[in-house]
Design a protein around this ligand. Structure first.
Ligand SMILES: [Zn+2]
Length: 598
């Protein structure tokens, strides 16, 4: 007997993006990018200063359109190479190609600087007339407004250019150094009597065998300890560079830049975290109950996200549930998922040579998504699949907007994905047959909440304390450890037995040179999607329309405005966040009720 026939394809099709990197089509596209980078830089130099003449507005319109086309083409080619590498991480030819491509694309940086500096110089009245002189500029006004806001924090052109050039050997180099070190780091483990070496990405505390988790945790700490001083250097210099630039650019606080990029007000962020802090004690009974189930006095760092039972589900089955449940929420969303899988837009094969993690990307030019992940036949994989399809649907809904209105901040991106996950989480809970199954599904949901409200919170507290202290000088690895553990204790209400002292070294997110404070948007997206779920439960089917409208507005509104216009809520007030937290409390109460019975 052969293998069971699979209903859905497990590997993606990239052929309709480009036949191959050696194909004529690919070479032609590469050449276009090379030439257009130079053309755009030259044209941008000749772009007139903004004034109230109509011809000037039309010249800008023309330039923006060209730039949009360039972004569509470069997104196609960079996305394609990135996808190829994801499935073939050790392919050096692809790596070199990517490096070449990056060095070409970085040459386009002066274009953005030039645009911002011209916007900065322009007075409000002139600016308004300028926008009103072209229908196209009027249409993408929100995006130009955003640029104008960003331009308030622009240094003069010369210094911006120098800073961009230096970043290649500065902040980005520290980030690349970290990637290299963490990529090469091996964790030595005893498995069945012999030593095995695992890579960093293979360490996951998701086994339901505690001694395996414990073993991996301590082995991992031992390995990270050998590189912690280099990591501390990288972290110090990434943060140090940022702090220097913030001062030069006129940011008053180290959170200002990330808030600006997230289109979020400080009051909203504060309201979110203070609600989370005030309501966190609701997790205490959950921690106690889970510890009892695991037969330990207190949970440790490596226990929190471990499942209490390990359930299995295959890809076909997971896919069918997502198609059906997304379809129940909104007919179009179900059809969309079907379209994705039928056209082989999803890479889920469990094989070697693939990059760790999962992502969703959009080939904006072709209006096609690609989802990358490794499906390992469990519910966690199913959640990831639902999450990435949530992102894909978000991009799909935005497909008819101009490119510059298809950009949304990370917190809003994570709303769409987490909402997708929540639909599936709810379905699984509703369909659990026995108390054991119900407890397992609730445990998964609550563990996700712990990740969002405690783990992510500890990252945020750590970074705030670190940036505060870093402004007075460099910190040693021991000091970083101290700040990390105290942040974890605060965020987890001292409920754990062991903490992860080297989390500041092992967490990639702290070392990303392009994004700072890559943490609170997750919590934001999670709580926002919870709130949406609550409304869906109240309104039923008719909510689907509002949901699509919210997704479209993510590209053309500030976060506060988006929520106020669509839902009439004020997220600078704790009330909104508390409502969302109620749902988690319900889950915890249900979990305690079931597990107490035993
Ligand atoms: Zn995501």
């Amino acid at each position: 007997m052969g293998k069971k026939m699979e209903k859905y394809a497990r590997s993606w099709n990239l052929y309709n993006i480009f036949p191959d990197i050696k194909s004529v089509e690919f070479k032609k596209a590469f050449k276009y990018i090379e030439d257009e980078t130079i053309n755009l830089t030259n044209e941008c130099d000749k772009l007139p200063d903004i004034n109230e003449e109509k011809t000037v507005a039309l010249k800008w319109e023309n330039f923006f359109k060209k730039l949009e086309n360039f972004k569509l083409e470069s997104g196609l080619i960079a996305g394609y190479v990135n996808n190829k590498i994801s499935k073939d991480v050790e392919n050096e030819k692809l790596m070199i190609l990517m490096a070449n491509l990056s060095s070409i694309l970085i040459k386009a940086a002066p274009v953005e600087i030039k645009i911002l500096s011209k916007l900065k110089k322009c007075e409000k009245k002139t600016y308004n007339t300028f926008i009103n002189n072209s229908n196209y500029l009027k249409k993408i006004k929100f995006s130009i407004d955003e640029n104008k806001k960003h331009s308030n924090f622009l240094m003069d052109e010369k210094r911006e250019k120098l800073s961009a050039d230096l970043s290649i050997d500065g902040i980005h180099a520290w980030s690349r150094l970290y990637d290299k070190i963490s990529g090469k780091l091996k964790i030595e483990l005893m498995e069945k009597g012999s030593i095995v070496k695992k890579s960093v990405s293979q360490i996951r505390y998701d086994s339901n065998n505690r001694s395996i988790r414990q073993n991996e945790f301590f082995a991992s700490l031992k390995s990270w300890d050998t590189v912690k001083d280099i990591c501390a250097d990288a972290l110090n210099h990434i943060a140090g560079t940022r702090l220097t630039l913030y001062k030069e650019k006129g940011f008053k606080h180290f959170l200002d830049e990330t808030l600006l990029k997230n289109r979020l007000k400080r009051e909203s962020l504060n309201a979110m975290w203070s609600s989370v802090s005030e309501r966190k004690s609701m997790f205490i009974p959950f921690f106690k109950s889970k510890a009892k189930i695991m037969g330990v006095k207190k949970l440790s760092w490596y226990d929190i996200s471990a499942p209490i039972v390990s359930g299995k589900i295959d890809f076909d089955c997971a896919m069918d549930i997502i198609i059906k449940e997304y379809g129940n929420f909104n007919h179009d969303m179900g059809n969309f998922v079907k379209w994705c899988i039928d056209n082989k837009f999803i890479e889920s094969e469990n094989c070697s040579g693939k990059r760790a993690g999962a992502y969703c990307m959009q080939f904006a030019k072709k209006n096609q998504p690609r989802i990358f992940m490794t499906f390992t036949d469990n519910y966690a994989s199913m959640s990831i699949l639902a999450h990435e399809l949530g992102h894909a649907y978000h991009n799909y809904i935005l497909k008819d907007e101009p490119l510059s209105l298809r950009k949304y901040p990370m917190g809003l991106a994570e709303t769409a994905s987490t909402f997708g996950e929540a639909i599936i989480g709810n379905y699984l809970l509703k369909n659990a047959q026995t108390d054991n199954e119900k407890a397992a599904m609730l445990d998964k949901k609550i563990s996700d909440a712990v990740l969002m409200l405690m783990n992510i919170h500890s990252r945020f507290i750590f970074e705030c304390n670190f940036y505060e202290k870093r402004s007075y000088g460099e910190l040693t690895s021991d000091q970083l450890t101290e700040i990390m553990v105290s942040a974890q204790k605060e965020a987890y209400l001292e409920l754990l037995e062991d903490y992860d002292p080297l989390f500041w070294a092992s967490k990639l997110h702290f070392y990303m040179s392009n994004i700072s404070f890559y943490n609170f948007p997750y919590t934001f997206g999670y709580l926002f999607s919870n709130a949406l779920l609550k409304i869906y439960k109240e309104q039923g089917k008719k909510f689907a329309k509002t949901y699509n409208k919210i997704l479209i507005d993510t590209g053309c509104m500030n976060t506060e405005e988006l929520l106020f216009n669509n839902l009439g809520t004020d997220i600078t007030k704790k009330e909104f966040w508390n409502k969302s937290l109620d749902l988690i409390e319900d889950d915890i109460n249900q979990f305690i009720k079931i597990t107490d019975k035993k």
